[in-house]
Structure formats: structure tokens, C-alpha cells
Design a protein around this ligand. Structure first.
Ligand code: NAG
Length: 163
């Protein structure tokens, strides 16, 4: 009889630990960004930008004092050029960046000078309650710009002057 009376308590305990286990398995941060082919070699996205599937990126967190790599997680982009990297734990003392590693497109694999990375803030005490992070999109230069790029860039230039 005693064992029967214990059963509800055991059930509650199992449920409780189950819930705790699920909760602690949730990532602390979900990083989502995009890799594109800068078909106009413009340095920004245009109406003729293409998104790269299968591009490899790496999240790297380096200690801002020592420069030691504290964490590196690889990601790869889907059909729409989006990658998603999930991680547990915060990086209060690190500088974290998403870095372009490899493009699957031979015609679009040139890394523009000084723009192979986007920073991402992963400090838990940063006062941002949301766990989603959206680093700036990263673009590879296409080897030869599309013929339409002259017209495209003219338009962007004019838009800029309007503002
Ligand atoms: C992009 O913009 C340019 C300049 O306005 C235009 O000529 C071209 O047709 C556009 N292309 C697409 C795919 O929308």
C-alpha cells in the first residue's frame, strides 16, 4: 500500500525534472543572419541581390583581454541564405562575431575588404530580454557585376540624394 501512496509523489517529481530538463535545454541565444551575393559589388543589398544557399559561417567569441577564442560554432545557410546558430551560455567578457568562411558559388566568393564579419552581442546582462540576435547580413562580391547594375546603382544614388 505504501508504494501506491508514493506513486503520485514520484510522478510529480518525474514531471518536475522533465520540465526542468526541457527548460535548461533551451538555448540562451538564437542568432539568425543572412549571406548574400552582392551581384553589383555595391557593398550593400540591392533589388538584384541573390541569397546564397550552403554558405559556411562561423560564430567566434574571443576574450577581449587575451584574444583567446572562447567559442566557435559553425553554421550553414538555407535556400534563402539564412543561417541559424543556437548556443547556451553568455559571453559577457568576449567579443563575438559571425564570420564568412566559405561560399559554394565560384562566381561569388570574393570577400570584400574589411567586411567578412558582423558583430553580435551575446552578454546575458546586456539588458536585452529577447534571446534572438540578428547580425548584419554578410555579402560576397560577384566576380563580374550584372549588366543591370549601372541602372540599379544610379537609382540608389538618386534615392540617397533625395533624403
Ligand atoms: C532593379 O532596379 C533597376 C533600376 O531601377 C531596374 O532596372 C531592374 O529592372 C530592377 N530589377 C529587379 C529584378 O527588380
Amino acid at each position: 500500500m505504501a508504494s501506491l501512496r508514493i506513486l503520485p509523489a514520484v510522478t510529480v517529481a518525474v514531471l518536475f525534472y522533465g520540465v526542468v530538463a526541457v527548460a535548461t535545454n533551451a538555448p540562451d541565444f538564437v542568432i539568425q543572419g543572412r549571406v548574400y551575393c552582392d551581384t553589383c559589388r555595391a557593398g550593400f543589398q540591392t533589388n538584384v541581390t541573390e541569397y546564397i544557399k550552403g554558405a559556411k559561417v562561423r560564430l567566434e567569441c574571443k576574450h577581449f583581454g587575451t584574444g583567446a577564442v572562447e567559442r566557435a560554432i559553425d553554421g550553414v545557410t538555407d535556400e534563402s541564405g539564412f543561417y541559424t546558430i543556437k548556443l547556451k551560455g553568455g559571453h559577457e567578457e568576449d567579443i563575438c562575431e559571425v564570420i564568412l568562411i566559405e561560399s559554394p558559388r565560384k562566381d561569388c566568393a570574393e570577400v570584400p575588404a574589411h567586411s567578412d564579419r558582423a558583430s553580435v552581442l551575446l552578454a546575458k546582462d546586456a539588458g536585452i530580454s529577447d534571446d534572438m540576435r540578428f547580425p548584419n547580413p554578410l555579402g560576397y562580391f560577384k566576380d563580374v557585376p550584372l549588366p543591370v547594375c549601372g541602372a540599379v546603382l544610379k537609382e540608389y544614388l538618386l534615392d540617397d540624394q533625395d533624403e
